[in-house]
Design a protein around this ligand. Structure first.
Ligand code: NAD
Ligand code: DAU
Length: 347
């Protein structure tokens, strides 16, 4: 089986590539990634020389490049993760999200459809999506697979649009697909624009921790390796044409999460408890900030037997350890473009 994984140099993609390359030596795995600011081949140092793995630098919005690649390798399956993934950047530059998340997905769908025409037997297009397509919950309730789409940010609108196109290709052309909608991931190799790695990096550098609004926003956090395990399961055992929600059964208000993170960082850095907390600074809220996300992951649990393998406290501990042991990784990506983005976003 020849599999195309897009966005494999990013945060979640690199964990999926590692899992597949190590677990399935008989699969030929191609990683196509444009290496945007978020893509980093350092994430894959340990597996880059494996014989069942090949990296190809390229942009999914480049139709000629994608078509030629499909002609050459005739990918049996696609696991599509490449995306612009940060909500705040989607507020600064929404069109970039339409290009990659909507048009890039369309170009992949067309290439896949044109490669296999009507003979889709044992083929699969697996689209990785987000719980943000469902919009915002109030204080109660959970997102189910049947929850109506109601995206609020340019990021979530672009992901919702790509989900719709994948389903439309399934209905119209019989293209075999599965979609998963996952909650907030955290773990090693996450770019420090997202809450947890940004705050870890700022604590290391004794910089303010910018909590948006009153900090009473809720997210459902999942350790990235548990997401990769879920993707492996759905890829092999998921039912075609179905959607599976993936979540951590793990809701946290931002401010409570930040306090826990500060406590664990003080412990790891051997500082008196309360030191990092003093860095908490309430800042202007994110426009259109969704109040609460929480996933009902009972379908994937009941049908495929998946559940998270680590508690949040354990996962956070492992994550902090990784960042403290990989300060060079952090330093290499927090120069240049990162500084420009940071100034624009937080000053
Ligand atoms: P990320 O930003 O860390 O990585 C995205 C990767 O895609 C990068 O390697 C980047 O170089 C690549 N990429 C971007 N534009 C590209 C293009 N035009 N052509 C080729 N490659 C391109 O993202 P992530 O957090 O790992 O998210 C991966 C996927 O999972 C996304 O589709 C995202 O919507 C989804 N998702 C993320 C989360 C989360 O919490 N991070 C949760 C649920 C779903
Ligand atoms: O729910 C899944 C989604 O989770 C993914 O689809 C996205 O790709 C991923 O980025 C994430 O989106 P969020 O917007 O929820 O994640 P982020 O880490 O940006 O923010 C988490 C919460 O923390 C959110 O309520 C905003 C808040 N926040 C974030 C940052 C970066 C702050 O208070 N301060 C910050 O500086």
């Amino acid at each position: 089986m020849t599999i195309l994984i897009t966005g494999g140099a990013g945060f979640i993609g690199s964990h999926v590539i590692r899992l597949f390359v190590e677990k399935y030596p008989n699969y030929n795995i191609f990683n196509v990634d444009a290496l945007t600011y978020a893509g980093n081949l350092e994430n894959l140092n340990d597996i880059e020389s494996k014989s069942n793995y090949k990296f190809v630098k390229g942009d999914i919005t480049d139709e000629f490049f994608i078509n030629e690649l499909f002609k050459k390798h005739r990918f049996d399956c696609v696991i599509h993760l490449a995306a612009e993934s940060h909500v705040d950047r989607s507020i600064q530059d929404p069109l970039a999200f339409v290009r990659t998340n909507v048009i890039g997905t369309m170009i992949l769908l067309n290439a896949f459809k044109n490669t296999w025409k009507d003979n889709f037997e044992s083929k699969l297009f697996y689209h990785i999506s987000t719980d943000e397509v469902y919009g915002s919950l109030g204080q109660t309730g959970l997102f189910k697979e049947s929850t109506a789409y109601d995206p609020n940010s340019p990021y979530s609108a672009s992901k919702a649009s790509s989900d719709h196109f994948v389903r439309a290709y399934g209905e119209t052309y019989g293209l075999p697909y599965v979609i998963t909608n996952c909650s907030n991931n955290y773990g090693q190799n996450q770019f420090p624009e997202k809450l947890i790695p940004l705050f870890i990096n700022n604590i290391i550098n004794n910089k303010p921790l910018p909590v948006y609004g009153d900090g009473n926003y809720t997210r459902d956090w999942l350790y990235v390796i548990d997401h990769a395990r879920a993707i492996d399961l759905v890829f092999h055992k998921g039912t075609l044409g179905e959607t599976y929600n993936i979540g951590g059964f793990n809701e946290w208000k931002n401010i409570d999460l930040v306090k826990l993170l500060c406590k664990q960082m003080d412990y790891k850095l051997d500082k008196p408890e309360g030191t990092s907390r003093k860095l908490i600074t309430y800042v202007k809220d994110r426009p259109g900030h969704d109040l609460r996300y929480a996933i009902d992951a009972s379908k994937i649990n009941k049908e495929l037997g998946w559940k998270p393998s680590v508690t949040f406290e354990e996962g956070l501990f492992l994550t902090i350890d990784w960042y403290l042991n990989n300060e060079n990784w952090l330093k290499n990506i927090t120069t240049g473009e990162y500084q420009t983005y940071y100034q624009k976003q937080y000053n």
